[in-house]
Structure formats: structure tokens, C-alpha cells
Ligand binder design. Structure first.
Ligand code: ZN
Length: 327
């Protein structure tokens, strides 16, 4: 097949092969919730239209991708989100303020693609007219009540508001989307000439390191795209943007603690009889969190020699410019 990013022929063997059972147990071990596990597995099988899928890495641009190259759908994410929450603060929010939005001291119009609970937009001052795309009806309704104008998709936004935005932001979205060329083309249409897009995604190398160091897979069909800065620059140029060099997230103790928790999760997903697996089955939430934290602390101590690698940043931000007409 061809690399979805740089389009070169990919001839290497797959990096991973996952069964639907592995893909479901990664997010919900059967010991935690057998019914939810079964529903998740059925959703993955439907998405793949097969009992297994693979991950390949392009030797040309470093892009990793799930194959078949198809992302999770609404049903898949509705099952995942029964347990997950959105982070309310991320390092790239501050960076986007200082590197992008500061170019317009008087503010302007901004669109945040796949905004989640709108935590980035809510941090902005009154100079910015806030817009978002969000797939969920209930989330859109809540965001509207909070003064954020919402579209169901970038396609809807292009129909109503092409060429109106100084800035388009897209945080931790592009790793989930198979049709990323169409999405970036929409973003370009939405920007004014001279406008700027800011994109953050997980860093492919950090994901591969995480798998090696923690045993916790960067599982498909959630992250079907594993972006290297080179791959993202290629697709941004193809969409008509001029990309700046990537800015990689700084390392932190928080990353180290998070990766220790991933080790615990990997143990639970891979061995049903393990302590970690049984811990996920504890019904009382405070007790479950306490036991999982203790197990993660043990994992962190056991991997002290790899601590610097465990603490490295896991995402990068890339800024792209929509050229202004010259002459
Ligand atoms: Zn490639």
C-alpha cells in the first residue's frame, strides 16, 4: 500500500498486528466491565470489517498508520467516552496563545476544530469571537449556551463561514482522522489569506517509545495516524499551507507518572489474572484509584533507569500559514 501522508510505497512488514479482542481490552479489560468490553470489540470488528488489523510505518516520512486506514466512528467513541474525560489544560494552549494569537492584539475570529468541552476557547479573552466544530449534539448545545458558535463539522463551517477566520486550531484531533487531506483543505478554506492554523498531535516517536518502555500500545482504531513532524509538514504543504518547524512538548514529571499508569493498564489488558487486572475490577472508585496508583508507583520505581525516557514530551505543535496574495 501507499503511505497516506507522503504517498510513497510502503514495503516494510507491519510493526503490529492486533486482534479485535486486544483493541477492546486496551481500553476496557473484560475484568473491568465484560459487557462494555464486548460492545467495544463488536464496534472494532465492524470498523475493521475483519478480526484483526495492522500498523505500518513509512520508511520515507516516519508516518505510522493503521491498516485498514479507518478511524473510530461515533459508536466506538461513545463507548470509549463512558470512562474518559477531557483534559482542561494542555501545554499547547499556552503556546498557541503566545505564538499564534498574539499576532492579532485586537483579536478576531477563531475556530477550534473538534473542541471537546471547549476548554481552549474558554480561556480566550473577549477580543476573540469563538467558534467550534464538535460532532456531538449534546456537547454543541452546551457550548452554544456558553457563547461559543458551533458547527457540526468543518464542511458545515465552510458552507457558512469560508474565509472568515484569522486562526484555526486543532488540538489532538488529526491522529483520529482518516480523511485528513479533506479536513486540512476545509481548514484552509475557512482561514483568511494570511491566517494561521495551529495543530497538535501525539509525536510518532514518543508513541513508539511508549510502546517499548511501558508495553502500552498506541491502539488503533483510536490513533490511526502516528505523526512525525516530517509527515505533518508534507500534508500541510499539500493542503496549501507553509508549515513552521515543529515544537515538541517539553518533558515533565507528569508525563512520567502518566506513563507509569500506562504500564499498569498494559498489565491489566495483557494478563487477565494479574493484580492490575483485578484492580480494575474493584467496584468502589476511590479504592480502585488507590490500588491502581499504588501499582503505578511500583511500576515507576521498577523502571527508574528509563525515567528520563519516560518523562519526555509526547506531542508536538505545528503552525501553518495560509499565504496572503502577493502583488
Ligand atoms: Zn510516508
Amino acid at each position: 500500500m501507499n503511505c497516506p501522508a507522503c504517498r510513497a510505497e510502503v514495503e516494510s512488514r507491519p510493526l503490529h498486528r492486533y486482534s479485535t479482542s486486544q483493541a477492546a481490552a486496551h481500553f476496557c479489560p473484560p475484568s473491568r466491565d465484560a459487557d462494555r468490553f464486548a460492545r467495544l470489540q463488536a464496534a472494532v470488528r465492524r470498523i475493521w470489517n475483519a478480526d484483526a488489523a495492522e500498523v505500518f510505518v513509512c520508511q520515507g516520512c516516519g508516518f505510522g498508520f493503521g491498516w485498514p486506514h479507518v478511524g473510530g466512528d461515533e459508536e466506538y467513541y461513545s463507548i470509549l467516552h463512558e470512562q474518559a474525560g477531557y483534559p482542561s489544560d494542555r501545554w499547547e494552549y499556552r503556546l498557541t496563545n503566545s505564538k499564534v494569537l498574539s499576532r492579532w492584539p485586537a483579536g478576531g475570529a477563531i475556530l477550534d476544530v473538534g473542541t471537546g468541552d471547549g476548554s481552549f476557547l474558554k480561556r480566550l479573552g473577549p477580543a476573540w469571537t469563538r467558534h467550534a466544530t464538535e460532532g456531538s449534539d449534546t456537547t454543541r448545545e452546551r457550548l452554544r449556551r456558553e457563547g461559543i458558535r458551533c458547527f457540526g463539522s468543518t464542511t458545515d463551517a465552510v458552507a457558512e463561514a469560508a474565509g472568515t477566520f484569522q486562526a484555526v486550531t486543532m488540538f489532538q484531533v488529526l491522529e483520529h482522522v482518516a480523511a485528513f487531506d479533506d479536513l486540512l483543505a476545509d481548514c484552509r478554506s475557512l482561514l483568511r489569506p494570511g491566517g494561521v492554523i495551529a495543530i497538535s498531535v501525539p509525536l510518532a516517536q514518543a508513541m513508539f517509545d511508549q510502546e517499548r518502555l511501558t508495553g502500552c500500545q498506541d491502539m488503533i482504531p483510536n490513533h490511526i495516524n502516528k505523526w512525525s513532524p516530517e509527515a505533518l509538514a508534507v500534508v500541510l504543504r499539500r493542503a496549501g499551507f507553509e508549515p513552521e518547524p515543529a515544537i515538541v512538548e517539553p518533558g515533565s514529571v507528569r508525563e512520567g507518572l502518566y506513563r507509569a499508569s500506562l504500564m499498569t493498564r498494559a498489565q491489566a489488558a495483557s494478563s487477565p489474572g494479574s493484580l492490575a487486572s483485578r484492580a480494575y475490577g474493584i467496584r468502589s472508585r476511590p479504592a480502585r484509584i488507590a490500588v491502581l496508583a499504588a501499582l503505578s508507583g511500583g511500576n515507576l520505581l521498577a523502571s527508574l533507569p528509563s525515567l528520563p525516557a519516560l518523562m519526555t514530551g509526547s506531542s508536538f505543535l505545528m503552525i501553518g500559514h495560509k499565504p496572503a496574495p502577493t502583488g
